[in-house]
Design a binder for this molecule. Sequence first.
Ligand code: GLU
Length: 464
Amino acid sequence: MTVVRTRFAPSPTGYLHLGGARTALYSWAFARHFGGTFILRIEDTDLERSTPEAVQAINEGMQWLGLDHDEGPFYQMQRMDRYRAVVAQMLEAGTAYHCYSSKEEVQAMRDRFTELGEKPRYDGTWRPEAGKTLPPVPADRAPVVRFKNPQDGDVSWDDVVKGTITISNRELDDLIIARPDGTPTYNFCVAVDDWDMQITHVLRGDDHVNNTPRQINILNAIGAPLPKYGHLPMILGPDGAKLSKRTHAASVMEFAAMGYLPETMLNYLARLGWSHGNEEVFSMAQFCEWFDTDHLTSSAAQMNMEKLAWLNNHYIKLADNSRLADLARPQMIEKGAQFDGAPELAAALGLMKERANTVNELAESAMLFFRTPQPDPALLAQHLTDAVKPALAQFAERCADIEFSKEALAPMIKEVLAANGLKMPQLAMPLRLMLTGQLQTPAIDAVLVLFGRATVLERVKKYL
Ligand code: GLU
């Protein structure tokens, strides 16, 4: 049996953006596919940029999407003792060493390499080697701890997205793993965490490709098994530019606020970087069953807002009307909707949802049922002609005791039309105006049923 343990390891420096959400989704689905474990780890060691609000925002985004974790959240800031212990073990084992070079000295080394036309790097002054005498330890300086990176050979891994990637060890510096005050550094913490949390598969953004060889070398040095790595290409905005919060909607909760449903975002992100034949619309249960790392796309994926809107319309049509009502109600209240004596909100939304691409559009379109209608007098005069008035009076009369169902109303309206020699729009248009103040509404019989007898009669009689 394959044991699968994946993790999502966001740095809490902002909101949950689409790229992060997709990484989380794939890691989650991969664990679910194998009945494995999905771990949430908060990489909060960057004290200047990490905030509790950002942790909250990540949790909110994950919850909204329904991406539940099995272990964690683990906070790196709470694991400092563990990192220090591993640093101590590495010093002991000789896989790491104290380096007393000052920042200025290291800068001077880097400049020297640059002048020689080589990659700027640390020159190994304090790197212990057999038979080498190290400089005298300066009394007044706290050392950093550097990782003794292998000097020869390559680091190579079979990336599940990008194929084999090979980096020469000569490209890699002796990385600082602990600062002068003892605090551990980023790549080191990630390696220790992936080891301790027994991560088997690391899926993450390809902005981390450069970190991977460093982490692999550290994992090898501490005797940890290597996870498989997959680096997901970035998500581009609809304009083909890198997704950025300045120019695009980039945060998951922004899409929530625009009226996209979580199932839409999940389905959309699932396809944005992975495929299963021509399947476009599928549930998360289906996705977890299908998801594999063989069909991840290695090229950048571009957002397509039309497709997203189409997908959202699909899920809005499938959604329970009462759920849509809960989502739409707050914004309709803000728009001044009057729910007293009005039709049932869920039913009204059900009538309008066919054409809505977002919940916000749906809420806006349903407002016509929850405002006091104020028909434009000129329009009313145009549609409520003398030829129409008698038909309207008959219609109102018959409304008094007819059952308010489409089945009963539709034939009654036809009879009234026939008796007065009118065509459907001649009666439907003034009715729409009187009932909603608008000429565009769903089918008139559906609108009548929705308003119900009392409201219909009250509004129509005003004009008789
Ligand atoms: N904390 C990193 C980020 O938010 C992810 C690190 C990883 O997945 O290894 O980009």
